[in-house]
Design a protein around this ligand. Structure first.
Ligand SMILES: [Zn+2]
Length: 306
């Protein structure tokens, strides 16, 4: 059957009429792409037409440490990227009312990562689902197992209490939103491999070398990075991204090469922005002890069990 269709297609495009048909098909494809990008451009222009809502700004100032540390020009870009994200990405509550504040926290999680990449559109993300609590592998709520998941087909699930806690404590290197969206940056076709998408061979080699050096430190408890990331290259990337944005000064001081790789990758320098706002680091900064309690530092897992 497949061979029959193939030979039919080959027959169709053979000879001068076939060449004409191929040109016509290509023209239709180009026109469809142009129409799609024009529609997207119009939608984006619409999303940015009005001034940024002041109540949203109040929410960001109150909740989003990264927004507060940004230089003015980048803060304006953050606001634009946030509105574009919200215009293009569906955020659906499952037993949760998706109020504006929650939508802002979801978008702020993603935009924090992509801020340094103009016109980045999170194409690999189809939808975000918000759950009322943590969940287990059968998607039952109220079980201390998963606080988030990123699926290779483009669905990100976030537990609302874990998301709020992540923003409430901005410097503990735990952030379920950063973590799950970081997994999507690792997305190469339909699998995760622990190498940031877009790294060339040289950068990828360097990433692996740095990772191999960092993992023993994590296992010895001598790292700013959570040891949750020590056993899986995919989780290492997500945990490193969390630390980059939530413990920037400590990461730069104690894991300079990793910080530099991530700063180049994200085209952002959060430690320099923390310097500029007068933050300092204790001379010796160990990871804070894991607080007790249900919401405390449980790590999101990000792949479906097979
Ligand atoms: Zn993960």
């Amino acid at each position: 059957m497949g061979a029959g269709i193939l030979s039919l297609l080959v027959g169709l495009f053979a000879g001068p009429w076939g060449a004409l048909a191929a040109v016509a098909l290509a023209a239709v494809a180009v026109a469809a792409l142009a129409w799609r990008s024009a529609a997207r451009w119009r939608a984006r222009r619409g999303a940015l037409a009005a001034p940024f809502p002041e109540p949203w700004r109040v929410v960001l100032r109150q909740w989003c440490d990264h927004y507060n540390r940004l230089p003015d020009d980048l803060r304006a870009r953050f606001e634009d990227d946030l509105r574009i994200f919200l215009a293009e990405k569906p955020i659906t509550g499952v037993g949760v009312e998706v109020i504006d504040e929650l939508r802002l926290l979801v978008a702020a999680s993603a935009v924090t990562l992509s801020l340094g990449w103009p016109a980045y559109d999170w194409e690999q993300l189809n939808e975000v689902l918000l759950y009322p609590d943590d969940f287990d592998r059968d998607y039952e709520f109220g079980v201390d197992d998963l606080s988030g998941q990123a699926h290779p087909w483009g669905t990100v699930i976030l537990s609302v209490p874990a998301l709020c806690q992540s923003f409430r404590d901005p410097d503990d290197a735990y952030h379920v939103g950063f973590h799950e969206f970081a997994h999507l940056l690792d997305l190469e076709q339909t699998h995760f491999d622990g190498i940031p998408l877009g790294f060339d061979d040289t950068a990828a080699r360097r990433w692996v070398e740095v990772r191999e050096r960092e993992i023993p430190r994590m296992l010895r408890g001598e790292s700013v990075l959570d040891d949750y990331g020590a056993h899986d290259p995919v989780e290492f990337l997500a945990v490193a991204v969390e630390a980059f944005f939530e413990a920037a000064l400590a990461l730069r001081r104690n894991h300079g090469e990793l910080y530099e790789l991530l700063a180049t990758y994200f085209q952002q320098d959060p430690a320099a922005w923390d310097d500029a706002r007068g933050l300092t680091l204790e001379p010796i900064r160990a990871r804070p002890p894991r607080p007790k309690g249900r919401m405390a530092r449980r790590r999101p897992r990000s792949r479906l069990s097979s």
